[in-house]
Design a protein around this ligand. Sequence first.
Ligand code: MD3
Ligand code: FE
Length: 214
Amino acid sequence: MIAHDIPPMDLAGARLYKEKLDRAAQEALVVALRDVVSVAPFFHPETRWGKKMSVRMTSAGRLGWVSDRRGYRYEPHHPTGAEWPAIPDAVLDVWRDVAGTERLPDCCLINYYGDGARMGLHQDRDEGDFSFPVVSISLGDDALFRVGGIERQGPTQSAWLGSGDVLVLDGPSRLAYHGIDRLRFGSSDLLRDHGRINLTLRVVDVPPARETGA
Ligand code: MD3
Ligand code: FE
């Protein structure tokens, strides 16, 4: 079930829907994600300087997010060479509910945070068109999220993201600096071994403009 009655909170221009997904909806997502991860297992990405990131990742959709010594980019294949699995319908339902566009996402990045994992302040700017929103779904342990403006040095706001929370980044917030400072490891019993899963849904490519007559 997706709750419709609670209006979102404003978080530096982003819309935060607290507890958007109830426990049954969260469990249904976890079940669907188990199938994704059995085809496209989590891997431990490296930065372009060869340092392992603390977050483990995989993706679903036409394109997946990959990071290694060659840099950060979207790829049509998992590091094993297999195609990424399709984005589960239950995940697309959340997008349809909050994204406000007919366009469906190309990529569902799946981030897993174990004890001590974090993600430094960064912008998401490797997509073709920033006019589409980014939608983030949190599952499992609480995480301290930080979001600022479009300049790295600017002031930031922090908020705890809990299981079932949905965040929509559009308008100016689409290019805001953001990161995850820390987890309250073990705060949720949704995932068997605790930790946190974040789903980030993005439109990556825009279909090429069609020739107009002549
Ligand atoms: C704000 N992930 O994968 S999700 C990422 O919780 C990423 O795993 C974090 O940042 C996580 O790139 C944060 C919330 C989020 C996602 C995309 C954003 C916040 C954003 C794009 C623009 C501004
Ligand atoms: Fe990001």
